[in-house]
Design a protein around this ligand. Structure first.
Ligand code: IVH
Length: 680
């Protein structure tokens, strides 16, 4: 075995570990995400070729190599208890009085945020993560180690002077933004959204495939060290030390010398919680000294040395003015409550989602009702309850509509599903426009010059009826188009028209998109339940669109991860003559409707080893598209200009500092056209 491969694997493993630590624990990334992915990919392929050289705790595990078919139940080393909680200041002060009486002395508290996720216990032995258990019933938990290893902020290996064996407990959660993105994607794929970040984090960690878990960005804060009793004397000290070993401890942690200081901490976070990137549902107050914790002991359920102060979820009452119905890309109908505007947690709430007919019925909702609205764990406000004492006698129950509000087709409700659908998927305007937006989106055809407004404009002028019409568009048709819209916020009329430059960008963007690989074209078609992963699997197994179209239910089911629901949806989609003609037209227009074996193997190396800094805005490619192309042709992307950079690929609006640095270091500056020539 070549020594250099062993060394390379070793170097990559250490480098990636260090990057994870910088990214997640110190929050100071030293390389770009793309560069990180490139290093990871390199390590992954080396490990595939030489599995015997892979480190047991390799960072590759984080992207979920292994499939955990079910979870083994294992005992907790010590019971995993929860905390007593209170919503009232008086009860909090009572807790303080009790603590003083029990200890008979003065002491410090440690105040922490109460993270709204789900509890996990991590065991480290000789610096390696060996076990991750969920709370379960408090005595026994599920062993979810493989899935937890995909969370980048949980180190597989510690550094510094860590104890030989210990457990540390904490909370796994999802950031609000990641949660929103996940739900957007679920809605686009016709899947039901998660109710809140906590549920989505818990649902994710219990998934059977760790590769799927790795795709959903989870994070973790640790807050409870359990190890050798003699190691530390105080809780605060245990967490400060744990941080030095690479474990992620939230910085908000404070020592408070009195209950007044505790109260200030609570008030501060009650105000500031909306500015955090994740949800908290309160503050946890703990006695700092282990000695005193020991003396105070436990009740049957909770420690006597800690308490959770929970924030009230803010709830306001307002009037339900009307209910409207929105049709999404998949045809699913969402009833929306239009409310008398009201202030809630710093924002004006005018609408609330009602989800589906069952929810409207459960609430027994009527127009004119006074309703309670809450934001709680959910991002979109929710109607919690009707204030029946204020109901007027003549209010009639809300009838769920029977026909699509956009195209008037009769709605259907499939067995076992809560949502109503408009089945007119090829002629219902919001469905077609939604499908086109999905088709041109970054993860599909990536025509970023065509936003929703442009699609609206083209649709209203009769230039787009389905996605294949995009490839008929001519510059002279686009240049004259105008549309008047009214801004919802200001009520002002806006005149939308395409400038000559935008027209050029649209046409070049469309042309460039013809190189999009087959799997992304397939994903772009918006077939229900065919998300990115499924599209990739289909492309890999069937190689081209005709084979997929001709595949039987059984052929489709034979592919790993293609279940009945997906197979059925594919059969239905391809049986539709209109879809068949879209496919024929896309073929004529020259799109990739088969996999390109050369592409798959990435054998082109025109940019062999050359490093690029991509900066600014481009006409033909999106920035991500450019970076991808550079890599495909054997080049590499770097984030900052150094003497080792070969080219600066400059778009419009590139910063003057970068330009200056490039010319000082005499780095070649090229534009998009030069680049296209280089790879032609
Ligand atoms: S300490 C024995 N600290 O809230 C003490 N818990 O209702 C164990 N939680 O079970 C818990 N943030 O799942 C602690 N900073 C924090 C926390 C926290 C969230 C969760 C945890 C716990 C529950 C208590």
């Amino acid at each position: 075995m070549s020594q250099s491969i062993t060394t390379r694997i070793h170097t990559l493993t250490n480098e990636l570990r260090a990057h994870n630590y910088h990214y997640y624990v110190l929050a100071e990334p030293t390389i770009s995400d793309r560069e990180f992915d490139r290093l990871l990919q390199e390590l992954e392929s080396l490990e595939q070729a030489y599995p015997e050289l892979a480190h047991h705790d390799s960072p590759v595990k984080r992207v979920g190599g292994e499939v955990t078919k079910n979870f083994e139940t294992k005992p907790h080393s010590r019971p995993m208890l929860s905390l007593g909680n209170t919503y009232s200041e008086t009860e909090l002060r009572d807790f303080d009085e009790r603590a003083k009486k029990l200890t008979g002395t003065s002491f410090d508290y440690v105040c922490e945020l109460k993270f709204d996720g789900f509890a996990i216990g991590l065991t480290y032995e000789k610096g390696l993560l060996v076990k991750a258990l969920t709370r379960g019933d408090g005595k026994y938990g599920d062993d979810v180690t493989e899935n937890v290893k995909t969370i980048r902020s949980i180190p597989h290996r510690l550094h510094g002077h860590y104890p030989d064996k210990f457990e540390i407990r904490g909370e796994i959660f999802m950031h609000r933004k990641a949660f929103d993105r996940l739900n957007d994607e679920r809605l686009k794929n016709g899947e039901p959204p998660f109710a809140n970040p906590r549920n989505s984090a818990a649902g994710t960690i219990k998934m059977q495939e760790s590769a799927e878990v790795a795709k959903r960005p989870l994070d973790c804060y640790l807050y409870h060290f359990l190890g050798d009793e003699n190691l530390f004397t105080h809780h605060y000290e245990s967490l400060s030390e744990a941080k030095k070993w690479g474990l992620q401890i939230n910085d908000s942690l404070r020592i408070c010398k009195s209950i007044e200081e505790v109260w200030s901490f609570i008030e501060y976070w009650q105000n500031q919680r909306k500015n955090l990137s994740f949800e908290i549902d309160g503050v946890v107050i703990k006695v700092n000294s282990y000695q005193l914790q020991h003396e105070m002991g436990f009740t049957a359920k909770n420690p006597r040395w800690a308490i959770a102060y929970k924030f009230e979820t803010e709830r306001v009452s307002t009037k339900l003015l009307s209910v409207s119905f929105q049709v999404g890309r998949t045809g699913a109908l969402t009833p929306v409550a239009n409310l008398e505007p009201v202030q809630l947690l710093g924002t004006t709430v005018k609408r609330a989602s009602l989800h589906n007919q069952d929810i409207i019925e459960q609430l027994d909702l009527r127009v004119g009702d006074t309703v309670f609205v809450e934001k709680g764990g959910e991002i979109i406000p929710k109607i919690i309850e009707v204030d029946k004492s204020k109901r007027l006698a003549n209010e009639a129950p809300i009838e769920f509509i029977t026909h699509c509000p956009e195209c008037h087709t009769a709605l259907v409700r499939r067995e076992g599903e809560a949502a109503h659908y408009c089945p007119n998927e090829d002629h219902c305007p919001p469905q077609i426009k939604g499908k086109m937006s999905h088709f041109v989106a970054r993860k599909a055809m990536d025509i970023d010059s065509m936003g929703e407004e442009t699609i609206d404009l083209l649709w209203e002028n009769g230039l787009l009826k389905n996605v294949s019409d995009i490839f008929d568009l001519q510059p002279n048709q686009l240049i004259e188009l105008t549309k008047v819209t009214v801004d919802e916020q200001t009520g002002k009329r806006k005149n939308i028209r395409l400038l000559e430059k935008s027209v050029t960008n649209i046409i070049t963007g469309i042309q460039a998109s013809k190189n999009t690989p087959f799997e992304r074209v397939l994903f772009g078609l918006g077939i229900r339940y065919v998300g990115e992963t499924v599209a990739k699997k289909l492309a890999k197994s069937f190689k081209n669109i005709d084979t997929i179209a001709l595949a039987s239910f059984e052929d489709l089911r034979a592919v790993d991860e293609i279940g009945e629901r997906i197979a059925e949806s594919l059969i239905l989609w391809f049986a539709n003559p209109q879809h068949q003609s879209i496919i024929e037209k896309l073929k004529i227009k020259g799109l990739n409707l088969a996999i390109n074996e050369a592409d798959q193997m990435q054998i082109t190396n025109k940019l062999d080893g050359k490093s690029f800094v991509v900066s600014g805005v481009f006409n033909t490619f999106s920035r991500d598209g450019l970076k991808e192309t550079i890599e495909k042709f054997g080049g590499k992307n770097v984030s900052s200009i150094t003497s080792k950079t070969d080219f600066v690929l400059a778009g419009e609006n590139m910063g003057p500092a970068k330009l200056q640095k490039a010319s000082e270091l005499k780095i070649r500056i090229i534009n998009e056209d030069d680049f296209i020539k280089m790879i032609a």
